[in-house]
Design a protein around this ligand. Structure first.
Ligand SMILES: [Zn+2]
Ligand SMILES: [Zn+2]
Length: 603
């Protein structure tokens, strides 16, 4: 017998091995085999009757039985195809750590009964409602969290309903394998994990719950290169599972699913909301970090002995007008132009258009165009100068690691004023703040990414949820009439999604079109440029595809090509790229990378 084995490698085809006498392997089983001089774990994708005398033998089976059944392998095939990623990489990253103990094959068969459509829980108390649903369903439930900390928290919360097994890397490999085994044997009813648990065996009629659907952490770099939400929804559809999702500010894609009736929206009437106001900073933003309104609110909150959160963000490489608040944008893509002081140019990261730096604002003819915003350090300085006796801490968990991050976290927990980035908000529970102030969220609204507005909106909303109903949210902005700010002020999600979906439709962005970023990183800039030309040539003339000119990365080593297409984008890309020799070879050498439906735009 000969077995075809796929590996975690950027290679589309599997490798053939002889199955030695005395060993039986089947499709979906993990095996150990030699690949390029090393023994590696692969997954059997086919077994054929053939002597295979000249082939190398399989060394051994990793488990005595396959972990994935035929329908799960089909799902993996769909994920791989729709994300233009190899089957082996997709499959192996979705399997639990290898274990020597036997794992029974999942006895689950896809149920054929009607299941209610997926539901999205929003608004106050959404997590409590989710737990009620899980308790009320009485079926096996798998809860998927964006990260390991979240998984630990959910394991604890669900603990009051019964025994919870964990499938994430926050527990030992042995515990994870045991959890997978317990689910397969029908011995566990409550399981918690991250996206690595997406294929865990579940019986028919089970529930899959996805926490914080909008979190970018649901699509980290690497295989499986698809958003956890999309895999969970597809699995639920195929296996007739019940899907529950929760989010404070759903992704625009998800809201669109709700609009079109594919997902049911579960939102209670509005709960108490803090007073949200927008402070206009046009004309004063460059001189003073705090508007009089924000300074006054800080003083009042400190007097009342309540905590202040000041949201800051890293300085954006964009140019704005200090007089009228306009941010310089690409005319055809409507996203902010990236500013490069060295090159004295403004460049669109999507279509590659470059324009020379201008001296005069195109909107108001004012002469105060400048790099945008306030850094955390300058904000801290401004606050210290005005509030001498307050305990002030800065917390930037995205940029600090290890002991320093832990020290910052401790200081923040006992501070009166916390100056922090997005991740710092996680320190605070619902309604625990007296004031949340945003010094210059326009920096976020104007990032050179079509998702910038969605992100900024999510951050402002998350902050408002953490402020008590008797507290305040103050948003300083050069664009005080922006619909994202208006929606937060009015506690009205639809007031954000409606204009945002209109913008996406008009400009041809997701969910109405699909995007992919092809990155080629050869040994040097010239070689990358040559390869990028070959990719562009391979894609040229493909129907329903828009291919933008290749642009260099910051260090001028790699080249990026943005491609816009329709629902069939992954198939069109795969056909075009596999058909071209140089490109195919580059792909299998790992110097070419295709990211379909990117969530984070590379800087
Ligand atoms: Zn202007
Ligand atoms: Zn553009």
């Amino acid at each position: 017998m000969v077995a075809d084995v796929a590996f975690d490698a950027p290679i589309a085809h599997p490798f053939s091995y002889r199955v030695p006498d005395g060993l039986t392997v089947v499709r979906g089983q993990r095996v150990l085999a030699a690949l390029r001089g090393a023994s590696r774990i692969g997954v059997v994708v086919d077994v054929r009757s053939d002597a295979g005398e000249k082939l190398k033998p399989i060394l051994r089976a990793v488990e005595p039985a396959p972990l994935l059944d035929a329908s799960t392998l089909d799902l993996v095939g769909w994920i791989a195809a729709d994300s233009a990623t190899s089957f082996g990489s997709t499959c192996l990253t979705l399997m639990p750590p290898p274990t020597l103990a036997p794992i029974p094959r999942s006895g689950a068969v896809a149920g054929d009964r009607d299941v209610s459509p997926p539901e999205l829980l929003i608004g106050a108390g959404r997590e409590a409602r989710l737990i009620e649903r899980i308790a009320g369903a009485g079926t096996t439930t798998l809860v998927l969290s964006a990260d390991v900390d979240g998984a630990a928290r959910w394991a604890q919360r669900l603990g009051k309903l019964g025994h919870v097994v964990r499938l994430d890397s926050g527990v030992t490999d042995a515990e994870r394998s045991q959890a997978w085994r317990a689910l397969a044997a029908g011995e566990a009813a409550l399981a918690v994990g991250t996206r690595s648990a997406l294929l865990a065996p579940l019986p028919a009629g089970a529930t899959v719950a996805l926490i914080d659907e909008h979190e970018a952490a649901h699509k980290p770099p690497g295989a499986p290169r698809m958003h956890t939400r999309d895999i969970a929804l597809e699995r639920a559809r195929r296996e007739h599972l019940r899907a529950l999702l929760s989010s404070a500010t759903p992704s625009v894609e998800m809201w669109w699913h709700c609009d079109s009736g594919r997902v049911r929206l579960d939102g209670p009437p509005p709960a108490p909301w803090p007073a949200v106001s927008v402070a206009d900073t046009r004309g004063i933003a460059k001189r003073e970090a705090l508007t009089p309104a924000l300074a006054r609110a800080i003083r009042e909150t400190l007097t009342a002995r309540r905590r202040v959160f000041l949201g800051v963000s890293r300085l954006a490489s964009i140019l704005g007008c200090d007089e009228c608040g306009v941010i310089l944008k690409c005319e055809s893509c409507a996203i902010a132009l990236a500013y490069s002081p060295a090159g004295r140019t403004l460049t669109c990261r999507l279509c590659g258009t470059a324009v020379p730096l201008m001296n005069v604002c195109p909107a108001c003819r004012g002469r105060r165009l400048a790099p945008f915003g306030w850094g955390a350090e300058r904000v801290e300085h401004a606050v210290r100068r005005r509030f001498v006796s307050a305990r002030i801490a800065r917390f930037d968990p995205e940029a600090t690691r290890g002991a320093k991050a832990e020290a910052q976290r401790k200081a923040a927990l006992s501070a009166d004023v916390v100056i922090g980035t997005r991740g710092a908000l996680r320190l605070f529970g619902p309604a625990s703040l007296g004031l949340a102030g945003f010094v210059s969220p326009d920096q976020l609204l104007g990032l050179p990414d079509f998702r910038a507005t969605e992100r900024a909106f999510g951050l402002l909303w998350a902050a408002a949820e953490r402020v008590g109903p008797d507290g305040q949210v103050i948003i300083q902005s050069q664009n005080p009439g922006h619909y994202a700010l208006d929606a937060v002020t009015r506690q009205d999600l639809a007031a954000f999604y409606k204009p945002e979906l209109k913008f996406r439709a008009e400009l041809g962005y997701p969910p109405f079109r699909r995007l992919a970023i092809i990155t080629v990183a050869a040994r040097g800039g010239p070689e990358s440029a040559r390869l990028a030309d070959a990719v562009t040539a391979a894609l040229a003339g493909k129907p329903r595809l828009t291919v933008y000119p290749a642009t260099p990365d910051r260090r001028n080593r790699a080249r990026r090509i943005v491609v816009k297409g329709h629902a069939d984008l992954p198939r069109v890309l795969a056909e075009a790229l596999e058909g071209a020799d140089t490109v195919g070879a580059a792909r299998s050498r790992g110097i070419m990378d295709v990211e379909v439906d990117p969530v984070e735009w590379p800087s």
